[in-house]
Design a protein around this ligand. Structure first.
Ligand code: NIG
Ligand code: FE
Length: 413
């Protein structure tokens, strides 16, 4: 007779997200659902997936009765700016007065205001603050998170941010994936020589590589920040050292960042609000995942959102993320992003669940480890206070988590 560490029984709907590779286009529209299911966990891994009937013959040290609830893989948030000092509530008033995001940055605020606070903070302070936000993400059902640097814009502080992520990786139950975003803005000391700044950040890649402080390199390709040419050269340098790359592309103004993401074979192109028709067509034929961040359009009070429908119809793989950061998206709540995806991107519940599990995992090169419930995989599981999967994006703005298991251990209940 099979004996498990934990059995979860009476699952109303189980989303295993079974399949192979990321879900592209049409594949995002179908969601295999097991009803009246059960799963068995052993040594932190999934050891059984089947019907509740089958599970009746099994024994376990711990039985969790899901009582008809929805069970899914732990959510994956593939784009966050997790580590930063301070906060920017004062910018909300500026925004209400109509001052644009890029204008605030130009005046030395925005990202640069967080850079000042992050430079001033100790590593310990940044650690405690990031841990607080990470705990909150876990409470919302997120078990894997990508975290970017980019509020240092000098060697010392960028490394300080990356070390915080490295320590959190060891000490926090959430799995973290680290991205170096030293090219996030031009610091005041390089106002007149941005290329020199990029050279400094490129030189830093060697230390980051040696100390294994990041596996991705990202850049903010935007009007008034870095051009397509600068972004291409910088990311090519990163690739030649073996880093995987991502791009903040076509977020506010359409510059051709989507095309650049495809050209460079980026693992993901992120934002893509202003992606061109050509960019979308190229994306659909590529392996680059479109990471869409509707919370940012919402919070920047924009009319325009990424064209998720066209991307999916063209055949692209779409993922969703919070973009958690102190300026353009101060929220840890990926469930809220799921509701915004439904209302503002016109994504269906089936597409949304692909976008926060399997596709999100592929967007950070964790597709073979996270985002699916499959035999032998880590048991990262969420039990939801929801009768079915459509309920979560529908009932918006609150936390539907009933219980979170990370590698088989109950970490939230
Ligand atoms: O993804 N666009 C650049 N970076 C972030 C915002 C960072 C900030 O405002 O602090 C974003 O929107
Ligand atoms: Fe971002």
């Amino acid at each position: 007779m099979s004996h498990f560490d934990t059995l979860i029984t009476n699952i109303g709907q189980l989303l295993t997200m079974e399949g192979s590779g990321p879900a592209k286009g049409e594949q995002m529209k179908k969601l295999p659902v097991l009803e009246n299911a059960a799963i068995g966990l052993k040594d932190g891994k999934i050891a059984f997936i089947g019907t509740n009937e089958e599970a009746k013959g099994f024994r376990a040290d711990q039985v969790i009765d899901a009582n008809g609830k929805l069970v899914t893989p732990g959510l994956v948030d593939p784009h966050t700016h997790l580590v930063f000092g301070g906060s920017r509530e004062h910018e909300l008033a500026l925004k209400q007065q109509g001052v644009p995001y890029l204008e605030i940055l130009k005046r030395g605020g925005g990202i640069l205001s967080t850079v000042r606070a992050t430079r001033a903070a100790s590593e310990e302070e940044l650690f405690e603050k990031a841990k607080f936000h990470l705990d909150r993400m876990l409470s919302y059902g997120v078990t894997t998170v990508e975290a970017k640097s980019g509020y240092g814009l000098n060697e010392e502080t960028e490394l300080k941010q990356l070390r915080v992520v490295q320590r959190l990786q060891q000490e926090h139950p959430i799995d973290l994936v680290s991205t170096f975003l030293g090219a996030h803005a031009i610091p005041p000391e390089h106002k007149d020589n941005p290329d020199e700044f990029l050279e400094r950040m490129a030189a830093l890649l060697h230390t980051i590589q040696k100390e294994e402080l990041a596996e991705f390199v990202d850049i903010f390709c935007e009007t008034g920040v870095f051009t397509v040419e600068q972004s291409r050269a910088f990311l090519q340098a990163a690739k030649s050292l073996g880093f995987a790359v991502k791009i903040h592309a076509d977020e506010i103004e359409p510059l051709g960042g989507t095309e650049l993401a495809v050209e460079l074979g980026a693992v993901s192109g992120d934002h893509l609000v202003g992606a061109s028709d050509v960019g979308i067509a190229q994306l659909a034929k590529s392996n680059t995942i479109a990471v869409l961040l509707p919370g940012t359009s919402f919070y920047l009070a924009k009319e325009k959102y990424a064209r998720a429908r066209e991307m999916i119809e063209a055949g692209a793989s779409v993922a969703l993320a919070t973009d958690f950061n102190p300026g353009s998206s101060p929220t840890e709540n990926l469930q809220l992003i799921m509701s915004l995806a439904a209302l503002k991107l016109n994504m269906t519940p089936e597409e949304i669940w692909h976008a926060v599990t399997v596709n999100a995992a592929y967007a950070i090169n964790r597709g073979e480890e996270a985002g699916r419930i499959a035999i032998g995989r880590k048991a990262d599981i969420v039990i939801w206070d929801a009768p079915n999967y459509a309920y979560v994006p529908y009932h918006y703005g609150v936390n539907h988590v009933h219980m979170v298991l990370k590698e088989g251990k109950v970490v939230v209940k």
